[in-house]
Design a protein around this ligand. Structure first.
Ligand code: FAD
Ligand code: DHB
Length: 392
């Protein structure tokens, strides 16, 4: 079966859904093809930390009714090193900016609803197989849906299909350099029905490994611990998780409340980059082009930041027949992506156990941590990267 639209979007994650809403607002037709079912993408547990820029964009798109009610603003963060805690205040260091905690699956639910309310077509369980003609003015996406073969012809293809998608496979290899770090540890993440034990997030280095205390609401806590790469959730009964979290997050006069765990999963950690995100009529955005390790909560925010550039570039092309923003798309995105890569890598090395206690590397970690409490300049560097730079 043959179909056509102006912009064919592969992937209904934060990137694809935001792009469709921005295009629709400018009267540019698009169709989203999503591999998974609606139920699956709406319940996939991942990120939770939204930068101010991301919240502002969701507001601008008129999809923030629930986010405004249920999102939890945070004006500081606790950083802890072997039980010594230091608070980095965002308000005074960043001129009043903050972060908001609101689960990615809630963002995805709200964006899907907003897309459907505005008549944007999302084809769920549509598996994009390959793309043809990206060097022509009418590329096509070939996909399978309900056991049938389909072809979607469009003016542009947006590869918003995540790290394992097909978009990146269609960029000619000679057009980019690839960079990759696989870290020698993973995160075990849990969701638990228990009130958060802290008013702010806590990132903790401990000689037994990293731990992060986050939350989803006044009654649901989200926590993570560093585990080995070959570890499995079966090795982590609930009691052992709470015990380990208590030790790693521990500080004098503070205790961690435990409760029933209802979700457990292990995520590998990697940094991944390509330094070109476009070729002909194919443009990549979000995890399709870059992965940051989760320490610092940048992935979803970067995906949305790419989309701001892509939507402006496509709008400029349709409104003014001007391709200058399309030409500069990768370069415009890369400045922010490299900044986030550096910050996520810095936070990862600062808080994870990689070297023996008392080793040279470990003592450097400790010195970096001490410097945050000693120097307002260093605390400001952390704060402005954490809440997300406004200017780039
Ligand atoms: P995705 O969300 O991966 O969406 C891509 C979509 O494309 C998927 O729905 C997929 O099913 C679909 N797709 C793939 N292949 C095809 C195909 N062939 N045909 C059709 N559809 C296809 N980020 C933050 O900003 N803050 C955080 O606090 C944070 N914490 C995290 C914690 C964890 C444990 C993890 C795993 C990630 C975290 N991230 C965080 C990262 C964040 O979740 C991702 O960066 C974000 O999902 C990227 O959005 P995206 O739209 O680019 O890709
Ligand atoms: C969360 C995840 C992160 O990676 C992070 O740095 C902060 C918060 C979260 O899921 O809440």
């Amino acid at each position: 079966m043959k179909h056509s639209t102006k912009v064919g979007i592969i992937g209904a994650g934060p990137a694809g859904l935001t792009l469709a809403l921005l295009l629709q607002r400018k009267g540019i037709d698009c169709i989203i093809l999503e591999n998974r079912s609606r139920q699956y993408v709406e319940s996939r547990v991942r990120a939770g930390l939204l930068e101010q820029n991301t919240v502002d964009l969701i507001r601008e798109l008129g999809a923030s009714e629930r986010l405004d009610k249920e999102g939890l603003e945070h004006h500081g963060v606790y950083l802890s090193f072997n039980g010594v805690r230091h608070r980095v205040p965002f308000k005074e260091l960043t001129g009043g900016r903050c972060i908001t905690i609101y689960g990615q699956q809630e963002v995805v639910k709200d964006l899907i609803q907003a897309n459907l309310d505005r008549g944007i077509e999302i084809v769920f369980e549509a598996h994009a197989k390959h793309i043809e003609g990206i060097e022509t003015e009418s590329p096509s996406i070939f996909y399978q849906h309900n056991g049938e073969e389909h072809e979607l012809t469009c003016d542009f293809v947006a590869g918003c299909d995540g790290y394992h998608g097909i978009g990146r496979q269609h960029l000619p290899k000679e057009t980019y350099n690839e960079f990759r770090i696989e870290y020698p540890f993973s995160w075990l993440g849990i969701l638990a029905n228990v009130a958060p034990s802290s008013d702010e997030l806590i990132y903790a280095y401990h000689e037994r490994g990293f731990a992060l205390h986050s939350l989803r609401s006044e009654t649901v806590s989200r926590l993570y611990i560093q585990v080995e790469n070959d570890d499995t959730v079966d090795n982590w009964p609930d009691e052992k998780i709470w015990e380990e979290l208590s030790i790693r997050l521990g500080a004098e006069g503070w205790s961690l409340q435990s409760g029933p765990i209802f979700e457990k999963s292990i995520t590998p950690m990697r940094s991944f980059m390509i330094d070109n995100m476009q070729y002909g009529r194919l443009f990549l955005a979000g995890d399709a082009a870059h992965i940051v390790p989760p320490t610092g909560g940048k992935g979803l925010n970067l995906a949305v930041a790419d989309i701001r550039f892509l939507a402006s570039a496509l709008t400029n092309w349709y409104d003014n027949q001007d391709d200058s923003l399309l030409q500069s798309y990768s370069q415009d995105c890369l400045r922010r992506i490299w900044r986030a890569q550096d910050f996520s890598n810095f936070m990862t090395y600062l808080f994870h156990k990689q070297a023996a206690h008392g080793s040279f590397e470990n003592l450097l970690q400790k010195s970096k941590f001490d410097y945050i409490s000693l120097s307002k300049a260093q605390a400001t560097t952390i704060a402005e990267n954490y809440v997300g730079l406004k200017e780039i």
